[in-house]
Design a protein around this ligand. Structure first.
Ligand code: UDP
Length: 480
């Protein structure tokens, strides 16, 4: 048995596919191995994706004591179509892939605990059968968790579609959620996308605990609400453990083109514009973005993925695939590369985002507000231009702009239309040149300091994870 052989605590971590999930779950695994001396089996649901994903999970830099176990890919072509939206597709994939989960866990010698991603809640049943404590690592924000915990009540009490409500959704103890900020998954309750999302969310209370990729000082209102508001006590809500920010740390190539370029730029002068891993812009929007950058006359790095007029999450499963696709020249305005060559750098698919954000020349981040990107930006004290594309990103953007004060959002987002070049020029100047940008940068830097404190030995996030570990150790000793 693995545990007896290594004489270490042994847990498993189960991620659902997609970089936005794999990255934080892998960071959790590393943290358990490195900071807490635990042996981790990382269960990876293999999909036909993705160069970047394979590189990440099979990197020689993973620590000893972290074993990546690939769950074989399944053929779901008979169960989904090209039109199946993202959560339904992901959930079908997970459901089929997890059929051998019981035998995998037994073969691993029954790990002492399983940490699962939000979209892997089928694992609760297997773990119950095997008496393995199961914790959800909730990878989005705490504020989104409060919405999710409230969703079953909302679903019971409201008859119309949520987007047709005349008032914002009043999540107990939290800021109201504007209907236009609601994620796509809850905009039509009749379709499978909602049903799958609801399925996973309504099973959250089955967790022995919910681990959060956040920290006390970043989302105090939502944390207080979950811990103290009577609504969450009644559900009942499992204990929450803010253990973040768990973000990845790039080890970029020494001659990385972005970093070499940044080395030559002044302090805080560069806008890093990278709108994905999984999202893309329409051709018209990418054109306006390029023009807006040019008109602003500010320095920039633009990660310009080939545009698509399909859904904004069009590339979720195949990030990093099109390394050799058309050169950005083909889809940026005529002459753009030439005219901006003194102030801008365009990279076609994937930039070492964390290293770029860490670089002293980077002054702002134009981002889709995925939660990992948000945490990475805050952990490096970089203010943002919020450009939400899909999933819960509109809610993140509103929080960053209105509650935390570290971002500006171009007028016109969220919306169906195209944000025009003048508006883009305005927000780029505001965040890099204006006093408002300085205020946001100061706030982001305060958060950076508090994030470091939370993670260090004895800090709030370190203690949070330690207290979970104690819990299952005690359970284990009792059962032995
Ligand atoms: N990322 C990167 N380079 C890129 C684009 C994205 O390294 O050019 C990484 C980024 O650092 C983050 C992840 O991909 O860790 C994206 O996760 P996020 O939650 O922000 O967005 P999602 O993929 O869930 O939409």
């Amino acid at each position: 048995m693995v545990v007896a052989e290594t004489n270490k605590q042994h847990v498993a971590v189960l991620s659902s596919p997609g970089m936005g999930h794999i990255i934080p779950l892998l960071e959790l695994a590393k943290c358990l191995v490195i900071d807490h001396g635990i042996h981790v089996s990382f269960l990876n649901i293999t999909t036909e994706a993705s160069t970047a994903q394979i590189q990440l999970l099979h990197s020689p830099t993973l620590p000893l004591g972290l074993d990546v176990i690939d769950i074989p890919a399944v053929d779901i072509s008979a169960l989904v179509s090209d039109d199946t939206p993202i959560v339904a597709r992901l959930s079908v994939n997970v459901e089929e892939s997890l059929k051998p989960l019981k035998s995998i866990l037994i073969e691993l010698g029954k790990p002492q605990a399983l940490f699962i991603d939000l979209f892997c809640t089928q694992a609760f049943d297997v773990c119950k059968e095997l008496s393995i404590p199961t914790y959800t690592f909730f990878t989005p924000s705490t504020s989104f968790l409060t919405f999710c915990l409230y969703l079953p009540t909302l679903d019971r009490e409201v008859e119309c579609e949520f987007i047709d409500l005349s008032e914002p959704v009043q999540v107990p103890g939290c800021s109201p959620v504007r209907t236009e900020d609601l994620l796509d998954q809850v905009r039509n309750r009749k379709i499978d996308e909602y049903k799958w999302f609801f399925f996973h969310i309504s099973r959250l209370p089955m967790s022995d605990g919910i681990l959060l990729n956040s920290w006390e000082d970043f989302e105090p209102t939502s944390l207080k609400a979950i811990r103290e508001h009577p609504f969450y006590k009644e559900i009942p809500t499992p204990p929450v453990f803010p253990a973040g920010p768990l973000i990845k740390h790039d080890k970029p190539e020494l001659d990385d083109v972005c970093l070499a370029w940044l080395d030559k730029q002044p302090l805080n002068s560069v806008l890093f514009a990278a709108l994905r891993s999984g999202g893309t812009l329409s051709a018209a929007q990418l054109t306006e973005l390029a023009w807006g950058l040019e008109l602003s006359q500010q320095r920039f790095i633009l990660v310009a993925r080939k545009p698509t007029d399909a859904s904004a999450s069009a590339t979720f499963f195949n990030v990093g695939e099109d390394i050799n696709a058309n050169h950005p020249k083909a889809y940026l305005p005529d002459g753009f590369l030439k005219r901006t060559k003194e102030v801008g750098l365009v990279v076609p698919t994937w930039a070492p985002q964390v290293s770029v954000l860490q670089h002293p020349s980077t002054g702002a981040f134009l981002s889709h507000c995925g939660w990992n990107s948000t945490l990475e930006s805050m952990s490096h004290g970089v203010p943002m231009i919020a450009w939400p594309l899909y999933a819960e990103q509109r809610m993140n953007a509103t929080m960053l702009v209105e509650e935390v004060g570290v971002a500006v959002q171009p007028v016109g987002i969220p919306g169906k239309g195209v944000v025009d070049r003048e508006e883009i020029e305005r927000v780029v100047r505001l965040v890099l040149e204006g006093e408002e940008g300085n205020v946001m940068r100061r706030k982001a830097r305060e958060l950076k300091v508090s994030a470091v404190k939370a993670l260090e030995f004895g800090g709030s996030s370190h203690q949070s994870l330690s207290s979970i570990i104690k819990e299952w150790k005690i359970e284990n000793e009792i059962s032995v």
